[in-house]
Write a protein that binds this ligand. Structure first.
Ligand SMILES: [Zn+2]
Length: 143
């Protein structure tokens, strides 16, 4: 897998906008996250990034992901007793976890749903983030 110039420019811009220096390794790790939006763990990102950067260490991948999270470029997704997963989708969305396959899907949250959810909060409660997670099964296999 190689990045074309347009994709590379876009990655560099995203990194710069997030206040991060666009290094080759950050570009590669970010492109991995954006190319398959299946909420990979650090191990999975590392496995995939080895096709782009030979010899990249797990620690380097971990550091890249941490800097993305700190700068708001990527969100962490946590499930009890499981390694952290990473999500580059910054739009308001919920997650659906297929309990059979372990796969995590993004589910868009329409604005009217968000407004309704906020309306159930008691007076004076000001949310800064919302996390909604469904657990269950999907009918689509291998999608
Ligand atoms: Zn997500």
């Amino acid at each position: 897998m190689r990045l074309n110039t347009t994709e590379l420019d876009r990655l560099k811009t995203s990194l710069k906008q997030a206040g991060l220096k666009p290094t080759r390794q950050r570009e590669n790790v970010l492109s991995i996250l954006l190319s398959r939006r299946d909420h990979p763990t650090v191990e999975e990102v590392w496995q995939r990034s080895r096709t782009l950067s030979r010899g990249i260490s797990l620690a380097t991948v971990y550091n890249c992901l941490e800097s993305f999270v700190e700068s708001g470029l990527v969100k962490q997704v946590n499930y009890e007793r499981e390694p952290t997963r990473y999500c580059p989708n910054l739009r308001p969305h919920a997650h659906f976890k297929d309990q059979e396959t372990g796969r995590v899907y993004d589910i868009d949250l329409p604005n009217e749903v968000l407004i309704q959810l906020n309306s159930i909060l008691p007076e004076g409660f000001r949310p800064e983030a919302i996390e909604i997670s469904f657990h269950g099964r999907t009918k689509t296999q291998n999608s």
